[in-house]
Design a protein around this ligand. Sequence first.
Ligand code: SAH
Ligand code: SF4
Ligand code: F3S
Length: 441
Amino acid sequence: MTEPKKLYIKTYGCQMNVYDSERMAEAMGGAGYVETGSPDDADMILLNTCHIREKAAEKVYSELGRFREFKEAKPDLKIGVAGCVAQAEGQEIMRRQPLVDLVVGPQSYHRLPQMEQQVREGKKALDTDFPLDDKFDTLRTRAKAKRGPTAFLTVQEGCDKFCAFCVVPYTRGAEVSRPATRILEEARELVDRGVREITLLGQNVNAYHGAGPEGDMTLAQLIWELDKIDGLSRIRFTTSHPNDMADDLIEAHGTCAKLMPYLHLPVQSGSDRILKRMNRSHTAESYLRLIERIRAVRPDIVMSGDFIVGFPEETEADFQATMDLIEEVKYGYAYSFKYSTRPGTPAAERPQVDEDAKSDRLQRLQALITRQQREVQDAMVGRKVSVLFEKPGRLDGQMVGKSEYLHAVHVVDSSLKAGDLVAVEVVESASNSLAGRILPD
Ligand code: SAH
Ligand code: SF4
Ligand code: F3S
């Protein structure tokens, strides 16, 4: 038997890239590769990249430079670039960095095994098509190995919304939903391998409209189908767009026990003037009313958001409107970014905010968010939460997991193991996690 070849994948960007990396590793498993945790002994290095901000994209080139010495030490080492930078920059990557052998976009990675053959023959391989053959048809079943208690599952990909700042519609293509039967099949496979919590992924996951047995299904309908799977205890979904929060999905937050009380609902800005320029097609007010409706059915839901500061033409007053919106929502989590000019997007052409103003606004916004996050987390002390334990902690006999609200919770109890779902009383709130104790049955 020949030694398996080793594949090292480094993943950047969003959760969908994490999912894609798993699928790429599985596809390469069929071509005789096993995954390795370090580039040192790899026969192939694959960077699964993100193009969302300039920094993310630039990181790829500096990382590639670092691999030069690996290639010098091992001339048959193959280097590949996958993901959104691959899609956006294609051939340009090979021009800028000749040591790259292979470039594959997010919709063509099922073709990796053939591309690997090609590079083994000493050729370069590039595939950034949006092919008609569906990658998920080729990669039908998941790997058989037992796995950890949580998993991602892509149900929808791409975006038709074209926010003025965003590259995703260009790198991931048009919005496409996978058929419900395939998703349910994959979910059952995951549960059979030990998964108890599934996070449904999509760039606009709540725009899901995949084919079901009786016509297209909504995300809520899909969630109710997943709810029937024995052994699956928790369902989450991300990322949602405010305009696609349908009534049945809001309602599911009040009635579906497996659907966790956490919602990531990016708003980007609290200023209607800026939202309009961003092409977001919602207002600050409509977003706030939406959250009111969600909280009416699920009062304890923890809200999460994304914010961009320093979008072209954003004034101090616009920024203040964002701060006011944050004050009103009270977020449990939030991700905030300085606007980054992305070539080819409409906002790139508009009058830019200067870098110092962006940094100053980001700092103020993050201070507010940090305070809110801490308040939401501190309010958990004394409450009973359920924790799905995932891995050992730093202390002896300590296990760490996530509450239904997505807070990290650690408990010292040597009887606990990964995959246990247990009622816990929160006893303390530290900077990034909660401490708890197991409640007697
Ligand atoms: N599909 C999701 C998330 C897309 S990307 C949504 O619609 O919300 C994740 C986040 O990156 C965005 O929510 C936005 O806050 C941020 N982002 C996207 N493009 C950006 C840019 N050009 N500069 C700064 N942040 C950006
Ligand atoms: Fe980007 Fe907007 Fe689409 Fe989200 S909805 S992926 S921010 S274009
Ligand atoms: Fe980045 Fe592509 Fe995800 S640009 S955020 S990896 S969809």
